[in-house]
Write a protein that binds this ligand. Sequence first.
Ligand SMILES: CC/C=C\C/C=C\C/C=C\CCC/C=C/C(=O)SCCNC(=O)CCNC(=O)[C@H](O)C(C)(C)COP(=O)(O)OP(=O)(O)OC[C@H]1O[C@@H](n2cnc3c(N)ncnc32)[C@H](O)[C@@H]1OP(=O)(O)O
Length: 290
Amino acid sequence: MAAVAAAAGTFARRMARSGVLFPRSSPQVWPQAARQPPGLLPAQRRAFSNNKILVELDTSSGVATMKFKSPPVNSLSLDFLTEFCISLEKLENDRACRGLIITSAIPRVFSSGLDITEMCGKSTEHYAEFWRAVQEMWIRLYGSNLVTVAAINGSSPAGGCLIALSCDYRIMVENPKYVIGLNEAQLGIVAPFWFKDTFVNAVGHRAAERSLQLGLLHSVPEAHRMGLVDEVVPEEKLQEKAVAVMAQWLALPDHARQLTKSMMRKTFRTLSSSHPKTPSRSHFQRTWRC
Ligand SMILES: CC/C=C\C/C=C\C/C=C\CCC/C=C/C(=O)SCCNC(=O)CCNC(=O)[C@H](O)C(C)(C)COP(=O)(O)OP(=O)(O)OC[C@H]1O[C@@H](n2cnc3c(N)ncnc32)[C@H](O)[C@@H]1OP(=O)(O)O
């Protein structure tokens, strides 16, 4: 009981620190417009924003768009991760929302991965809190009941790639400067097993093994060839394509799709039930030499 209260206190402190703002007049449950036949209602949009993430929900289609807006590179800081989880939970609890498109409002970068400054020179408690937030982000997104589409409009190394991999479908902008992959080995660190499993689930064992051991960041055509991204489009077509893919996935009955997703994503249950050990301060110090 004490542990639950402590966890609730930690979450509340993180929320307060994150500066998350909810619209004052926002009802607990948004209208069920998503279940109306298309065309009967005019498009309705609702938005909520906080410091690092902007969310817009089109209640007529049931599709929300989450835009990362944390300059310079959308790194996954503790505040960012907290805002992400709160935003996702808010959408999941909203009966008007059935699908989520994740993209970036920062030019040329989808997300640069975990915020390296969170992993250096901090207290043991901070490392534990940060690592819990990383796991929570993945558990919530990988296990989400929503249809999730990553619209990847920039480079996406390491933790950024994990966010994309955790979605149901990945569309990336064709640009010779953009790269994506789990490059941890190049940084002298090891991608946690649930990063690895999520990667294997997308590209298969052999491609994942080679890519992980070499810590490769793949060009967009290479990522497409190996199945790391499902589709490649010009920048100006990204949103249109994401909406079209979403419509295809949302055409199915939710319960059948959700149960199928849950059946396919078994790793999710492994981590969420195994209470992994929080890395120690010395582990972080050894890893990052700080
Ligand atoms: C049970 C658990 C058990 C054990 C776990 C134990 C320990 C945990 C240990 C490890 C964790 C493993 C998993 C790790 C995952 C990660 O995500 S690690 C982060 C990896 N990220 C990267 O390697 C990306 C590095 N960045 C880039 O490649 C480029 O910045 C970019 C391609 C994203 C963008 O390029 P540019 O547009 O050219 O921008 P700049 O490079 O000039 O950068 C601008 C600015 O941003 C700062 N920055 C970049 N990335 C990060 C980051 N990840 N975190 C924080 N800050 C970042 C960069 O330093 C620049 O800052 P300034 O110099 O302008 O101050």
